[in-house]
Design a protein around this ligand. Structure first.
Ligand code: SF4
Length: 458
């Protein structure tokens, strides 16, 4: 929230209504937050930085980990003194956590006046306005796993004008045994291609030079289409999106190994527009066939390695990252070592590793053979240690090369440095004036750590 003090401005009845917005979790939530911001502005509401100065604080929430939900609960608790004294701000709880536990949260914190699941985003602005008018609580949850009441709002007001995110599909039907997403975000449904391409065109016209296509499993885009778009898949969308005039960089996340077909690689390797970034996050989750089966990932270690081989053949300079869970219920030491050996043999640029964290309501959480917390932590430390060495070696090998870097923001903690990204999604720190933010510049790499590169403008 950023409220260091307890000062609250006193509103007159003629002041415009105000909102604040806070996003927890993934980029899909950032995208939803940007669209909600635009929709609230269109209704004539003004945005406040400090939630305690607003009439309504909007929380776009995440349920992936218990920690993300606990953070929201603790933020909600901090509203009590202001609510009891001034009757504001009320809260609109939106997204995955709202879908999962929003009703009980609203009972516990009476200032939560709107609860809306992630597929009911389109109903949120009007519900906030109605609740501000009559003070009543509105609970709008996703009851239809495949239905969507979307928000048709262009996310033009964004934190970084040069970078934009576009959700291309909602929900997931994979039901990995540890994951809460299919329960809170509902079934997989693709947005219409025309809709997505219109949004990308609009974003580029509004100044975006990089767009990232988002979904829980972007590679299965179009699987649910029939009729006129029946044969239109992710490869087609990628190719069409890359053709949007003025778009300099196109990325996508997240991928799933079972849907990463050769057609996608063909589009990426031919890349006529020259703007599809050779950067892929391909979650493996485990290197053990038994654990993969119990995770319901639907591929084997060899099948995963086959996809990696095809990717590296098609895109020799690809930036490849993965997600990995250690300490899944029943994971033996040998099965953990299978994950370790996979990490060592693939040599990813980066591994997003996590110790298994049970999510209530998933099959994995109900298992009785949980790996003790300390052992999960030990395995995580081992993986991180090995990957640290690999990332360091890969980054060291890039010293002396030149690359295009999109300069994104001031680097944290160091005056005069901007941080940016290469097409392979490596972070680069460069001494450059802040006016260059949003530009793509040629940079010579002069130094490196396991986490980032350092460079100088050419
Ligand atoms: S693919 Fe698996 S891990 Fe990813 S969102 Fe779907 S169920 Fe969750």
């Amino acid at each position: 929230m950023g409220e260091g003090d307890n000062k609250v401005s006193v509103k007159s009845c003629c002041d415009p209504l105000t909102f604040s917005i806070r996003v927890f979790g993934c980029q899909m939530n950032v995208y939803d937050g940007d669209r909600l911001r635009g929709a609230m502005n269109s209704l004539g509401w003004s945005e406040m930085e400090n939630a305690l100065d607003a009439d309504v604080a909007i929380f776009v929430t995440c349920s992936i980990r218990d920690k993300a939900e606990q953070k929201v609960i603790s933020e909600l608790g901090r509203f009590r003194p202001q609510w009891e004294r001034y009757g504001r701000p009320s809260v609109a709880l939106v997204g995955c956590m709202a879908q999962r536990v929003g009703e009980s949260v609203a009972r516990r914190f009476p200032w939560v006046k709107v609860v809306a699941g992630p597929r009911r985003l389109g109903a949120v602005p009007a519900s906030i306005a109605a609740s501000a008018e009559d003070g009543r609580t509105r609970i709008i949850l996703d009851e239809d796993r495949h239905g969507t009441e979307d928000l048709h709002e262009m996310p033009v007001s964004r934190g970084r004008p040069h970078k934009a995110y576009v959700t291309i599909a909602n929900g997931c039907d994979q039901f990995c045994s540890y994951c809460i997403v299919p329960y809170v975000r509902g079934g997989f449904s693709s947005r219409e291609p025309e809709d997505i391409l219109n949004v990308i065109n609009g974003l580029v016209s509004a100044g975006a030079v990089e767009v990232t296509l988002l979904g829980q499993n972007v590679n299965s885009y179009g699987r649910d289409f029939c009729g006129v778009n029946g044969a239109y898949r992710f490869a087609g969308l990628l190719s069409d999106a890359a053709s949007v005039s003025g778009l300099k960089r196109l990325r996508f996340t997240t991928s799933h190994p079972i849907d990463f077909g050769q057609d996608i690689l063909d589009v990426m390797s031919s890349d006529d527009a020259g703007n599809i970034c050779p950067s892929i996050n391909l979650p493996v989750q485990s290197g053990s066939d038994k654990v993969l089966r119990e995770m319901n990932r639907k591929y084997t270690r060899d099948e995963y390695l086959d996809v990696v081989g095809r990717i590296r053949t098609a895109l020799p300079n690809v930036g490849l990252t993965t997600d990995l869970i250690v300490g899944f219920p029943g994971e033996t030491e040998d099965e953990f070592l299978d994950s370790l050996s996979l990490i060592e043999s693939v040599r990813f640029d980066l591994v997003h590793s996590a110790a298994f964290s049970p999510r209530e309501g998933t099959p994995a959480a109900a298992r009785t053979d949980q790996v003790p917390r300390e052992e999960r932590a030990r395995r995580l430390a081992v993986i991180n240690d090995v990957q640290f060495g690999i990332s360091k070696e890969i980054n060291k090998s890039l010293e002396g090369t030149t690359c295009g870097v999109m300069l994104d923001d001031p680097a944290p903690r160091v005056e005069g440095l901007l941080q940016g990204r290469t097409v392979t999604d490596k972070v680069v720190l460069v001494r450059a004036p802040s006016e260059m933010t949003g530009e793509i510049r040629s940079v010579r790499i002069t130094g490196s750590t396991a986490w980032c590169l350092e460079g100088e403008l050419i």
